[in-house]
Ligand binder design. Structure first.
Ligand code: NAD
Ligand code: WQD
Length: 343
């Protein structure tokens, strides 16, 4: 088991790259496959600086069946950690076909080649978005499934594909890890979230405001039924998330079936609490102003991670202050991310 070679689709992206570190630290061999639609090739250099290892890179797309077949054979892949996807909720509403094509058809192509090559273990990047509008919090895995946008539906659909493949093939293992709000960066400051264009998510937006690339943070909604009126989410450090993948795979690598797990901390933080933590990290005031609620947002959303804690021998260990400290270390070392950094 310790010598398993893992194909990491989307391995140059935010969560995939951090998971490559956790895989390496646990004795696995990651092979990165990425089409670089939302990542920089320099991620591979940063991974080498952190781990001392140059991970093999396959530059290409999960929809390219010939490339996948060649990759499975060349590297003798034992399991797939499948991160590759488009992930912007608003964009998915405007371009649904692009999302279904990339996320659903891409996963289908990958599963078909896995079947042809006899690879029967997948760890899938699912999302709390598969719970749709929360009917209660904390959200456990028994919460009803649904969605409010094409991105979310693409995750629901891939989960269904995995359920069906696992019920047709009694040797197939599918772990669907439902992430809440991944944030943070590697503690070295060498690797972190590097969004192209204007960030959609709160923490990258705060980080870019702190470094002077944005004027101020807009706080979407200050009249929610929460302690300070702003939205509450379950922010989880990306390295805790990465370690959760390894824990899930180690626990279940000899099993079969479809197994969903929430990966969250079980604690909620408000937008203003995140801003305050970030101010402490960077030692400066972060300008913000109240703005109307963002369409589609809910007041509160956080995980019940009890199942993962009980079965996977894992729990999120890093607190909000560690998350914002690590983001600031990364953002201040690489103000423009990896795309334009020249030293
Ligand atoms: P990311 O955009 O940083 O990483 C995704 C990577 O996949 C990118 O490097 C991109 O270039 C690559 N990619 C996309 N389509 C591809 C394709 N067809 N072929 C090959 N490579 C392709 O995003 P992330 O935040 O690291 O998210 C990773 C996964 O986790 C995604 O599946 C996402 O939906 C899921 N997820 C993310 C969040 C979040 O808030 N970041 C929350 C829940 C779930
Ligand atoms: C967090 C809070 C905003 C930006 C999204 C996806 C979800 C999952 C994780 C993939 C909310 C507020 C935000 C800003 C703000 N992704 N906010 N100003 O919406 O909880 O989840 O990412 O699966 O599917 O929907 O995350 O970071 O966008 O927002 O006030 O500029 O910050 O209203 O309360 P969200 P987020």
């Amino acid at each position: 088991m310790m010598e398993n070679t893992i194909l990491v689709t989307g391995g140059a992206g935010f969560i995939g790259s951090h998971t490559c570190i956790a895989l390496h630290e646990a004795g696995f061999r990651p092979v990165v496959l990425d089409n670089f639609s939302n990542a920089s090739v320099r991620v591979l250099d940063q991974l080498e600086r952190i781990t001392g290892q140059r991970f093999p890179l396959v530059r290409g797309d999960i929809r390219d069946a010939d490339l996948l077949r060649d990759t499975f054979q060349r590297y003798r892949i034992d399991a797939v950690f499948h991160f590759a996807a488009l992930k912007a909720v608003g964009e998915s509403v405007r371009q649904p076909l692009a999302y279904y094509e990339n996320n659903v058809s891409g996963s289908l192509a990958l599963l078909q080649v896995m079947q042809q090559c006899g690879v029967r273990r997948m760890v899938f990047s699912s999302s709390a978005t598969v719970y749709g509008e929360p009917q209660y919090v904390p959200i456990d895995e028994a919460h009803p499934i649904g969605s409010t946008n094409p991105y979310g539906w693409s995750k629901v659909m891939v989960e269904q594909l995995l359920r069906d493949v696992a019920s047709a093939d009694s040797d197939f293992l599918a772990l669907a890890l439902r992430y809440f709000n991944p944030v943070g960066a590697h503690e070295s400051g060498l690797l972190g979230e590097d969004p192209l264009g204007t960030p959609n998510n709160l923490v990258p937006f705060i980080a870019q405001t702190a470094i002077g690339r944005r004027e101020h943070v807009q706080v979407f909604g200050s009249d929610y039924q929460t302690t300070d009126g702003t939205g509450v989410r379950d922010y989880i450090h990306v390295m805790d998330l990465a370690e959760g993948h390894v824990a899930a795979f180690r626990t279940h690598c000899g099993d079969f079936g479809f197994k969903p797990y929430n990966l969250g901390t079980g604690r909620g933080s408000s937008v203003l609490e995140v801003i305050t933590a970030f101010e402490k990290s960077c030692g400066a005031h972060i300008p913000w102003e109240a703005a109307p609620r963002r369409p589609g947002d809910v007041a509160v959303n956080w995980a019940d991670p009890a199942l993962a804690v009980k079965r996977l021998n894992w729990r999120a260990r890093r607190d909000l202050q560690t998350m914002t400290d690590d983001v600031w270390r990364w953002q201040s070392a690489y103000p423009n991310g990896l795309q334009e950094h020249t030293s």
